[in-house]
Design a protein around this ligand. Structure first.
Ligand code: SF4
Length: 221
């Protein structure tokens, strides 16, 4: 993207890494570090959709106390899963999806999470964002997970000029150094949760303000 050299993007990433050190660890990063389980990452990512990070964290922990594997989750009733993940957004729908997903993993994938995009996208409740997150954090396969924070902040910074997360992923994939494909998600999610908020970002004192053209930002603090 115009104006973004490799040196400049690595400077940005370095500053975002320093910023993250002072922030609470995101739920998905925590699940990755604690469990090293693609299945638990997949489950937490589904719970996280339209749900605050703190709620996702507590809901994931309650569910993993009941079931940590596809085999164990497949044995639970949707109502039991719903009770565990409440008050996550759309908890009843997600409970049904998670039960179906676990059953499908047992029936068609020997109780394991597939390590390829095609099979991941066929699972209930799994879209590009979730598939890419599991590929990256769960299997170490370079993939750019674009959620609402990555999409919004990439546009504000002028890393992309796009109208959808899918377009953002495609544009980033054209020029972002491959070793940054996996880490860029957690860096921008943490930054979005703590500084570059959806409405009224805290630009005053922002650690990357000199790199940011603030594209589309009309109100800020
Ligand atoms: S200067 Fe403002 S818009 Fe740009 S990254 Fe920082 S907080 Fe976000």
């Amino acid at each position: 993207m115009r104006g973004w050299t490799e040196e400049r993007i690595r400077d940005l990433v370095s500053r975002l890494e320093t910023f993250r050190e002072g922030c609470r660890v995101t739920t998905l990063a925590e699940v990755e570090r604690e469990s090293r389980s693609p299945f638990q990452l997949l489950v937490s990512c589904i719970i996280s959709l339209r749900t605050k990070d703190e709620v996702t964290n507590a809901a994931s922990r309650r569910l993993f106390q009941l079931a940590q594997t596809p085999q164990a989750l497949a044995k639970l009733k949707p109502v039991e899963i719903a009770k565990a993940i409440y008050p996550a957004g759309f908890y009843r729908t997600k409970a049904a999806q998670l039960q179906q997903l676990a059953s499908l993993l047992c029936a068609e994938h020997n109780g394991a999470v597939p390590a390829n995009e095609r099979d991941l996208l066929r699972l209930p409740g799994v879209g590009r964002k979730t598939a890419n997150l599991v590929l990256g954090l769960g299997f170490g396969v370079p993939a750019i997970c674009v959620d609402t924070h990555v999409h919004r902040i990439s546009n504000r910074l002028g890393l992309v000029s796009s109208t959808s997360p899918k377009e953002t992923e495609q544009q980033l994939a054209r020029w972002l150094p491959r070793d940054l494909w996996i880490p860029i998600n957690d860096l921008l999610v943490t930054f979005g949760q703590n500084r570059c908020h959806p409405t009224s970002p805290r630009c005053s004192g922002c650690p990357v303000t000199d790199l940011c053209p603030r594209v589309g930002v009309t109100r800020h603090r």
